[in-house]
Design a protein around this ligand. Structure first.
Ligand SMILES: [Zn+2]
Length: 412
C-alpha cells in the first residue's frame, strides 16, 4: 500500500510472468520437437509452437537450464531453406538418460539412451535366457546399473522390451513362448522391483518389443512423418506387428492389438504353437527361412543373424533364393491383409523382414499390390526400418514419456 512502485517495471514483471506461464505449457511440446528432430532451430520451434519469439526463447532457455537441450547462442547457422539465421537447438550431449533393457530369445541387452534416441552406452548380455524372469531381469538391470555407474549419468527411468504381448493394465507377458517364461509372467512388476533394488530412481515400464520398435522408428527413424504407420518385424523368433496412429501406439483395449504373427499365410503350412497352422509366426521368421533353405540352424550365433547372413552372402544360391521368395510371398500375403484392414500410409519392416525387402523389394511390393485392394490403388510405401536396436530405443521412449509430457514436473 502506498509503495512507490515503478509502473513500468511492474508491467514488465507481469509480462514476463505471463510469458513464463504460457511457456510452461509449451515446455513438453517444445522438448518433443527437439527430441524428434523437428525443431533444429529456435525459428522453427517458434513457428511449430505458434508462440512469439520471446516465448520460444524463454522455453528453450528453460529446457537448457534443465540440462535437456543445448541452445547454440551463436546464430551463425542457417535456419534452413528460408528465413534468417537462427539459434540452433540440440539435445544436450551430456544430459540425462533412460535405462533401456531388451530380452529376446537369444539373450538380453542393456543400454543408456539419451534424448533424440541416442544410444549413449550398451552392454551385451549373456547368450542364454533363464526360464525364471526375475533372474534374467535382475541381470539385465544390473548390467544397466553398471553402465550408469561408469558414465555417471542422471537416470530418468527405465523401460523393458520383451518378445511377448504385454497385457494391460497389469503388465503381464501373455505369450513369452520363445523365452520359456511362464505364461502371464508379471514382467513389469518384476522389472520395476529389479530397478528399485538396483537403486535406480524413476518409473519403470515394459512393453512388447515390436510395439517399441515401431514407436522408436516413428520418432527417430523410417516412420517419421507417417500418420498411420504399420510396422511388421521378426525378432529372433516369431513375427510381431504394431500400429502407430497420430504419434501414439495403438494398443487395443488391453494392450494386445496387432498380434499379426498368427495371421494364416499358408493354410497347409507348419503347425503353430497357437494351435493353428501356417501362421506368419512360423512361416516367415528366421527359423522358417533356414528350414526352407534346408540349412540346419547352428548354435554359434542367433537364428536372426544366421538367416540374415544366409540372405546377404548366399542369395545367388538357387536354393536360398527359392526359400527367400517363398518367405517374401507369405510375408506379402500377410501384409496385403493388413493393408486392407488398417489402410496405413506407410509400412516399415524390421529384423529378417527388412533383409527380405532389401533382397527383392520389387517382388514384395508386387505381392502386396496384387493381393490387396488398397495396395493396388494407393501403392503403400514399404520401407526398411533404419534404427539400430530400435526396440531398445523404444523402451527408452517409455521412460522418457513422463519427461516429454511435463519436463518441469518430472525432473524437479
Ligand atoms: Zn499361430
Amino acid at each position: 500500500m502506498g509503495g512507490k512502485a515503478d509502473p513500468r517495471a511492474a508491467g514488465e514483471k507481469t509480462t514476463s510472468r505471463a510469458r513464463l506461464d504460457r511457456g510452461r505449457g509449451a515446455l513438453g511440446p517444445a522438448l518433443e520437437l527437439v527430441h524428434t528432430g523437428r525443431a533444429p532451430t529456435r525459428a522453427v520451434l517458434t513457428a511449430e509452437l505458434g508462440v512469439t519469439r520471446a516465448t520460444a526463447g524463454a522455453v528453450a532457455a528453460e529446457l537448457e537450464a534443465l540440462g535437456l537441450i543445448r541452445v547454440d547462442a551463436r546464430p551463425g547457422a542457417a535456419a534452413g531453406s528460408q528465413g534468417r539465421p537462427s539459434h540452433r537447438l540440440e539435445v544436450a550431449e551430456d544430459g540425462p538418460v533412460a535405462l533401456a533393457a531388451q530380452v529376446h530369445a537369444d539373450g538380453f541387452r542393456a543400454a543408456l539412451v539419451g534424448l533424440g534416441g541416442r544410444i549413449v552406452a550398451t552392454a551385451p548380455g549373456c547368450e542364454t535366457v533363464e526360464p525364471d524372469p526375475a533372474k534374467v531381469l535382475g541381470s539385465v538391470v544390473e548390467a544397466g546399473a553398471e553402465l550408469l555407474r561408469t558414465t555417471g549419468r542422471r537416470c530418468v527411468g527405465a523401460g523393458l522390451a520383451v518378445p511377448s504381448a504385454v497385457a494391460e493394465p497389469d503388465g503381464l507377458a501373455l505369450n513369452p513362448l520363445h523365452l520359456a517364461w511362464p505364461v502371464g509372467a508379471a514382467v513389469r512388476r518384476i522389472f520395476a522391483e529389479c530397478v528399485r533394488a538396483a537403486g535406480i530412481t524413476g518409473p519403470a515400464f515394459a512393453a512388447n518389443d515390436v510395439n517399441l520398435a515401431a514407436l522408436a522408428e516413428h520418432r527417430h527413424g523410417a516412420g517419421r512423418g507417417a500418420r498411420d504407420l504399420l510396422c511388421v518385424a521378426t525378432g529372433h523368433r516369431g513375427v510381431g506387428g504394431a500400429l502407430v496412429m497420430d504419434g501414439r501406439l495403438h494398443t487395443g483395449s488391453s494392450g494386445l492389438a496387432l498380434e499379426v504373427g498368427h495371421l494364416t499365410v499358408n493354410p497347409e503350412g507348419r503347425p503353430c504353437h497357437c494351435g493353428s497352422r501356417g501362421c506368419l509366426d512360423v512361416e516367415a521368421d528366421p527359423l522358417a527361412l533356414l528350414m526352407e533353405a534346408g540349412r540346419a540352424p547352428g548354435p554359434e550365433v542367433s537364428l536372426l543373424q544366421q538367416a540374415d547372413d544366409l540372405l546377404r552372402d548366399h542369395y545367388t544360391d538357387p536354393t536360398v533364393r527359392t526359400a527367400a521368395e517363398a518367405l517374401i510371398d507369405r510375408l506379402g500375403l500377410g501384409l496385403a491383409g493388413l493393408v486392407n484392414i488398417l489402410n496405413p500410409d506407410r509400412i516399415i519392416l524390421g529384423g529378417l523382414h527388412r533383409t527380405l525387402l532389401d533382397a527383392d523389394p520389387g517382388r514384395l511390393r508386387a505381392v502386396v499390390a496384387d493381393r490387396s485392394l488398397w495396395g493396388q490403388s494407393g501403392g503403400v510405401p514399404i520401407l526398411p526400418c533404419t534404427l539400430d536396436h530400435n526396440s531398445l530405443v523404444g523402451a527408452a521412449e517409455l521412460a522418457w514419456q513422463p519427461v516429454l509430457d511435463d519436463p518441469l514436473g518430472a525432473l524437479r
